[in-house]
Design a protein around this ligand. Structure first.
Ligand SMILES: [Zn+2]
Length: 161
């Protein structure tokens, strides 16, 4: 058995808004909570409040001492960067999406990145990073692809606080 039984998984099934209902009951042996945000594309202010109340209470009422965010899209990254406690103090981002734009195809797309694979040099040279990625509409778009956000601002969450 390779499953780590100290890990509790939570997959958010839809956008975070006033219709969101969250539930997760970690067992006693659960110490790490992995939250998958893949399906969260939009978040409104009510959703932010629901999420923060939920995750704060969950941490208080369980043995969870580590929270990992997985597949965070632009909307989630924006909240992490601007809303205190959206990412709990014991939380880290494992993987996220970098928004890209292809000038040639006028197409927006996202590249999934693992935080662990981003070293200081890569972050400094994000423009080069984008050049290694294709827009998958045409094979030779690389030189036309740009990061569709302000990298320094977008990646603020990577900085240790
Ligand atoms: Zn293209």
């Amino acid at each position: 058995m390779t499953d780590d039984n100290t890990i509790c998984h939570l997959t958010l099934e839809s956008n975070l808004d006033e219709t969101t209902q969250l539930s997760c009951q970690p067992a006693e042996q659960h110490e790490t909570l992995v939250v998958d945000f893949e399906k969260v594309k939009l978040i409104n202010s009510t959703g932010i409040g629901i999420w923060i109340n939920f995750i704060t209470a969950l941490i208080e009422q369980s043995n969870i001492n580590k929270v990992i965010f997985r597949n965070a899209r632009r909307m989630v990254i924006n909240q992490i960067n601007s809303v205190k406690d959206f990412l709990p103090a014991i939380g880290t981002v494992e993987s996220f999406y970098l928004p890209l734009y292809c000038e040639r195809c006028s197409k927006q797309f996202n590249q999934r990145l693992k935080t662990s694979e981003l070293d200081v040099e890569t972050v400094k040279n994000l423009d080069n990073l984008a050049l290694e990625i294709d827009c998958d509409q045409f094979p030779d778009c690389r030189s036309e692809i740009e990061i569709d956000t302000l990298p320094g601002k977008y990646l603020a969450f990577l900085k240790p606080t």
